[in-house]
Design a protein around this ligand. Structure first.
Ligand SMILES: Cc1ncc(COP(=O)(O)O)c(C=O)c1O
Length: 480
C-alpha cells in the first residue's frame, strides 16, 4: 500500500480529523488519488498518522457521504469510479448573502466565530442525564398531539426565570416555545399581519432579522444606532407610519450598547401613541459581562406593546433548537393560532430535558459560569488584540476591531476562513452601504488559553497583509 502524504499540524486550530479529511478530499479532487484506487485501511492509516482509528473512519464516512469514496466491505474503501461533477464557474451559488454569518455549520466552532457559545463549557454530563430521562418519559408518554405552544411545565419555568432575570411579569400562557429566535420572529410577523407595512430596523443590525422582515413582505427602514442605542427620534422622523420596530435593546447587535433609559421611554411612548409594535430581540438575555443587565423592554410600563423574543441559542447552545416568544395578552391568542397552524413547538424530548435543567437550578448555575468564563476570555483577548490593533472595542460577548477606511473587511474574513478563523465583517451588518463601517466582529466565546495567542497572531498577519496591500507599503509598517 503506497504511503499517503498527509501532514497533520497539531498546533492548528482545525481538529486533526478535519485535517485528515481535507487532505484526502483534496487528493481525490486533484486526481492524486485516482478513481478506483483503494485507500489504506482505517487501522493502517491510523497507525501511520498516530491517531485513533475512529478519527480515520469518520473522515472516510464524510468522503463517502460526498460520494467521493465507496466502502466495499472486505475489499476496503475505494475512490469512486465516477466522481460527482465539480461545480462549474457558471453555477449560481446558493449560499446567498447570508453566507458570511452562520458558517461553518455542524462542526467545531472556530476561533472568533460569532453566535456560538463556548464549545468546551457545554454542560454535557448533566445534559446527557436529563435528555436520557426525557427520552424515556417521552417514549412512555401519551401518543397524542403535544401542546403546540410547548410543554406547560417548560412555559411555567421560562415565565418564572424571566420574572427573576428580565423582570418580565407574564402568565405561562403568554409564553410560546419556539425552535429559536428566527422561528419566534417569523411567527410574530405572521401573527401581526404586517405584510406590506414598514418596519424600523437598527443600522447596523442583525442581517438575519432584516432578511426575515423582507421575506415576510415588509419594507425595512434602517434607523441609526449611536452610543445610546437606536435613535428613536430619527425613526419617528424618517418612517412615521411604521407598523413595528425590531430592536436589540439589552445589548445592541453588534455594537453592544444598551438602549438608554430616555430612548426606551421614547420608543415605548411612540408604540403606545401610534398603536404599533416593538419586537424585542433579547438574544443574550441576562448574559451581560459587566454590571447587571437592565430589565427587558417587555418589563414594566409599556410592555403591552412589546413582543419579547428569547432563545437558548447563546445561553446554552443553538444545537438545542429552543427559544420562546412572550406575547402581550392582547396578541397571545393570535400568536398561538399561528403556531398551532404553522409550526408547533418543536422537539418534545428536548423541552422535557430543558424543563428539568431550569427547574433544578442548572441553568442559573450555567449562566453564572459562562459569564465568568467569557469575562476572562474577553479580558485576555482585549489585552492581546490591543497590542496588535489600535482600535479594539468591547461589545457583548465579543470585540470589534475597527479597520481603516478602504480596507475591505469581507476580504479579510475570506482570507481568515482559509486559516480556520471565523471573524465576521461589520460592513455586512449595514443596509446603507454608504454608511457602512469596515471592521471585524470577533466573538471571544471560543478563544481558549490554548488557542487564543495563535488565533490573534494569525489574524494580525492577515490584517497587516491586507493593510499593506491597500497602502502599497512594506509589511513592516504594520499598524494604523
Ligand atoms: C442579534 C441576534 N438575534 C438572535 C440570534 C439567535 O438566533 P437563533 O436563536 O435563531 O439562533 C442571534 C444569533 O446569532 C443574533 O445575533
Amino acid at each position: 500500500m503506497p504511503t499517503l502524504a498527509i501532514e497533520i499540524d497539531r498546533t492548528a486550530a482545525a481538529p486533526v480529523g478535519e485535517q485528515i479529511y481535507a487532505s484526502l478530499r483534496q487528493a481525490i479532487v486533484d486526481g492524486r488519488l485516482q478513481p478506483g484506487r483503494r485507500l489504506p485501511s482505517g487501522r493502517d492509516l491510523a497507525a501511520q498518522l498516530g491517531v485513533a482509528r475512529g478519527t480515520i473512519l469518520v473522515a472516510y464516512e464524510r468522503l463517502a457521504s460526498e460520494k467521493l469514496v465507496v466502502g466495499a466491505g472486505s475489499a476496503g474503501t475505494r475512490v469512486c469510479a465516477q466522481l460527482p461533477p465539480a461545480p462549474t464557474a457558471t453555477e449560481i451559488p446558493l449560499d446567498g448573502p447570508l453566507d458570511a454569518f452562520t458558517r461553518p455549520y455542524s462542526s467545531a466552532p472556530l476561533p472568533f466565530q460569532m453566535g456560538v457559545p463556548a464549545h468546551d463549557a457545554f454542560p454535557a454530563k448533566v445534559w446527557v442525564r436529563m435528555r436520557a430521562r426525557a427520552v424515556r418519559a417521552d417514549a412512555t408518554g401519551y401518543t397524542t398531539y403535544a401542546d403546540p405552544r410547548g410543554e406547560r411545565d417548560l412555559r411555567a419555568q421560562i415565565a418564572s426565570h424571566l420574572a427573576i432575570s428580565r423582570q418580565i411579569q407574564c402568565h405561562p400562557d403568554q409564553v410560546i416555545v419556539t425552535s429559536g429566535y428566527r422561528h419566534g420572529l417569523m411567527l410574530t410577523l405572521i401573527a401581526l399581519r404586517a405584510h406590506g407595512r414598514t418596519a424600523w430596523i437598527e443600522e447596523p443590525g442583525y442581517p438575519i432579522g432584516r432578511k426575515a422582515l423582507e421575506l415576510a413582505g415588509l419594507t425595512v427602514a434602517p434607523i441609526s444606532v449611536d452610543v445610546e442605542g437606536l435613535r428613536v427620534e430619527e425613526g419617528i422622523a424618517r418612517a412615521p407610519h411604521a407598523a413595528l420596530a425590531l430592536v436589540t435593546p439589552g445589548q445592541h447587535a453588534p455594537l453592544g450598547v444598551a438602549l438608554s433609559p430616555m430612548r426606551r421611554r421614547t420608543l415605548l411612548e411612540w408604540a403606545e401613541a401610534k398603536d404599533v409594535w416593538i419586537i424585542e430581540d433579547d438574544y443574550l438575555g441576562e448574559l451581560q459581562l459587566v454590571g447587571r443587565a437592565a430589565p427587558a423592554l417587555a418589563a414594566g410600563d409599556g410592555a403591552q406593546r412589546v413582543i419579547h423574543i428569547g432563545a437558548f441559542s447563546k445561553t446554552i447552545s443553538p444545537a438545542l433548537g429552543l427559544g420562546f416568544v412572550v406575547a402581550p395578552r392582547a396578541l397571545a391568542e393570535r400568536v398561538v393560532e399561528t403556531v398551532s397552524v404553522m409550526a408547533p413547538a418543536p422537539n418534545r424530548t428536548t423541552q422535557l430535558a430543558l424543563t428539568e435543567f431550569l427547574a433544578d437550578g442548572h441553568f442559573m448555575r450555567h449562566l453564572r459560569h459562562m459569564k465568568k468564563v467569557y469575562a476572562e476570555r474577553r479580558h485576555l483577548a482585549v489585552e492581546l488584540l490591543r497590542k496588535r490593533f489600535t482600535e479594539v472595542v468591547e461589545s457583548g460577548l465579543g470585540l470589534i476591531v475597527k479597520l481603516p477606511d478602504g480596507v475591505d473587511d469581507l476580504e479579510i474574513v475570506h482570507s481568515a476562513r482559509k486559516q480556520n478563523l471565523a471573524p465576521s465583517a461589520l460592513s455586512t451588518w449595514y443596509l446603507r452601504t454608504e454608511l457602512a463601517r469596515n471592521g471585524l466582529l470577533l466573538s471571544v466565546t471560543n478563544l481558549r488559553p490554548d488557542n487564543i495567542r495563535a488565533a490573534c497572531d494569525a489574524l494580525e498577519d492577515i490584517v497587516s497583509a491586507r493593510i499593506s496591500q491597500h497602502r502599497g507599503v512594506d509589511a513592516s509598517h504594520r499598524f494604523f
